[in-house]
Design a protein around this ligand. Structure first.
Ligand SMILES: [Fe+2]
Length: 202
């Protein structure tokens, strides 16, 4: 196996939505859709390919309600299926800063697993796909596309405040700036419904 096809990704998310239904499934669809919509306008990115990566970026949640365990489970699950790139994204999407010290969420895993992620981040080189998925993860609520800053608050309300948050926010906003340079426009131009999802009834 190599590249994960769109139909394979749709199938994996559909199965996962049965084993552990929840808002994360809708979030995954919107992350995938945001990635595809932006990729259409960026040379070097394949919209269907990044949509597939977006659909399975949180696939580790198929095993239950977990914290950072979901990225380790997602990586192991996709690696076992032979989808190396999708497995990498399952880990890297949570790290706009390529350093385990800038993580949010509970490390509900063994010391060995924590050390594995730490080393993985030290050694991996981010590609455009990793960065696109990091950005899109911050643009999608279960209800639809939203302002980055809305999602920052959504995550903070669920995980709590920590001193590393401003650095993560800055890194994500830096990704926004880099993709907007490639797009020659605001990312929000390509995300229908972003005003309604961000502000409620308008
Ligand atoms: Fe996500």
């Amino acid at each position: 196996m190599g590249n994960l096809s769109l139909s394979e990704a749709e199938c994996l998310l559909s199965e996962a939505s049965i084993s552990n239904p929840g808002p994360w499934v809708r979030h995954s669809y919107y992350v995938a859709d945001a990635a595809a919509r932006l990729a259409v306008h960026i040379p070097g990115l394949d919209p269907d390919h990044v949509r597939s990566l977006g659909l399975v970026h949180d696939i580790g949640r198929r095993f239950g309600i977990t914290g950072m365990r979901h990225i380790i489970d997602g990586y192991a699950f996709l690696t076992q299926l032979g989808f190396a790139e999708a497995a990498r994204i399952a880990l890297t999407h949570s790290f706009p800063i390529k350093d385990i010290r800038f993580s949010i969420g509970v490390w509900d895993c063994s010391q060995e697993e924590f050390a594995f992620v730490e080393t993985f981040l030290e050694q991996v080189t981010y590609r455009l796909e990793d960065q696109l998925l990091q950005l899109c993860d911050a643009l999608a609520l279960p209800e639809g596309f939203c302002l980055l800053e809305k999602r920052f608050i959504d995550v903070t309300l669920r995980y709590g405040v920590s001193e590393i948050l401003p650095a993560r926010w800055r890194a994500t906003m830096q990704l926004q700036a880099e993709f907007e340079t490639m797009l020659g426009a605001s990312i929000y131009r390509f995300l229908p419904g972003v005003v309604e999802t961000t502000f409620g009834f308008v």
